[in-house]
Design a protein around this ligand. Structure first.
Ligand code: WQD
Length: 337
């Protein structure tokens, strides 16, 4: 089977996608500079799948290093995850975010072009919808008007890849807009391992459950929602990984640029998640209410029609399974990798 290059393949979504690609019979080559991930994740991918994985500890902004990979391998498609991804951090250090997230895409596509590899699946985000009011978010909704540099880099990368296709229609570009990926592989061997205090809800909850943090701050209880707390579209990371396998299959058979939401299409509030987690795990999650977090929207969830039509893919796993698998990973790896 031909080779798929996964940049950022040691990261949270990248490692789960590598497992699903290997399980689907693809050969996987990973390029990851390990600046925000651990080599242990690569070892775990190998032990979960029993497959060999070729790994390069390379900086994806470096064309000279990328040249080595494309010369040594017959890459058929690239799944591009590598980049910085913390919303709050991007506000504090915008130059780092613009340099890393844009230069990695520019370097990668320049080397791909030189090697006549024109199939790319890009890890985008629902944050490109900015403060769009109309939920569920459809792919035809206006994008831009982003609320932070991280989201702008996703929006700009979509623009770059769209213009690359416009300059050469032989390119096949799939832009996957993720909602809120959570959970872990059912083995509990790979999962979300954020550096420092987690920004996101699920890893914060699991770290309270395992005793690493003492209680969950709930940002805002006065939103116009069923219980006043924020509503999001949580999607199991294994569903997301399987969505990438479908996207790779489409990417190599198709041409053009396709933006596609990867979400469950359901919205759950912070309090609903907290209660579902307590019920699924038997762990009590002490919590307290505090003011809204800067940049948060009240409600966000996906229209899933286009993913069903174009990828013949739909999220299968429910909130209970997301909570169980998130907890299973955390209790087996209380300190992460
Ligand atoms: C979810 C809800 C918070 C933490 C972010 C990025 C987005 C994407 C997914 C990459 C909100 C509330 C959170 C906490 C809380 N990442 N919350 N206490 O902000 O929807 O999306 O991650 O693409 O780009 O923006 O996810 O998990 O941070 O927040 O009450 O300690 O949980 O207010 O309502 P978010 P989140």
């Amino acid at each position: 089977m031909f080779e798929v290059l996964v940049t950022g393949g040691a990261g949270y979504i990248g490692s789960h996608t590598c497992v699903s690609l290997l399980d689907a019979g693809f050969s996987v080559v990973i390029a990851d500079d390990l600046s925000n991930s651990k080599f242990e994740a690569i070892s775990r991918i190998r032990s979960i799948t029993g497959n060999k994985v070729t790994f390069y500890p390379y900086d994806v902004t470096d064309e000279i290093e990328l040249e080595k990979i494309f010369t040594r391998h017959s890459i058929r498609c690239v799944v591009h995850f590598a980049g910085k991804k913390a919303v709050g951090e991007s506000v504090e250090m915008p130059l780092e975010y613009y340099r890393t997230n844009l230069l990695s895409t520019i370097s990668l596509t320049r080397v791909m072009k030189r090697h006549n590899v024109k199939n790319i699946v890009f890890s985008s985000s629902a944050t490109v919808y900015g403060n769009s009011k109309k939920v569920p978010y459809s792919e035809t909704a206006p994008t831009g008007n982003c609320t932070n540099p991280y989201a702008w880099t996703k929006w700009m990368n979509e623009r770059i890849l769209t213009d690359v296709h416009r300059s050469d229609p032989d390119w096949s570009v799939i832009l996957l807009r993720y909602f809120n990926p959570v959970g872990a592989h059912p083995s509990g061997q790979i999962g979300e391992d954020p550096l420092g205090i987690p920004n996101n809800l699920f890893p914060y909850v699991t770290q309270v459950a395992v005793g690493k943090l003492d209680r969950l701050p709930i940002f805002g209880s006065d939103y116009p929602t069923k219980d006043g707390t924020g509503v999001r579209d949580f999607i199991h990371v294994m569903d997301l990984a399987e969505g990438h396998v479908s996207a790779v299959r489409k990417c190599i058979q198709d041409y053009g640029v396709h933006a596609i939401n990867l979400g469950s299409g359901k919205g759950y509030s912070v309090l609903e998640v907290l209660h579902a987690f307590e019920e699924a795990t038997g762990k009590e999650i002490p919590h307290y209410f505090c003011p809204r977090r800067e940049g948060d929207v009240a409600v966000s969830y996906a229209s899933t029609k286009k993913a069903a039509q174009e990828l013949r893919w739909r999220a299968q796993r429910d909130l209970r399974e997301m909570c169980q698998d998130a907890w299973n990973w955390q209790k087996l790896n209380p300190l992460g990798y």
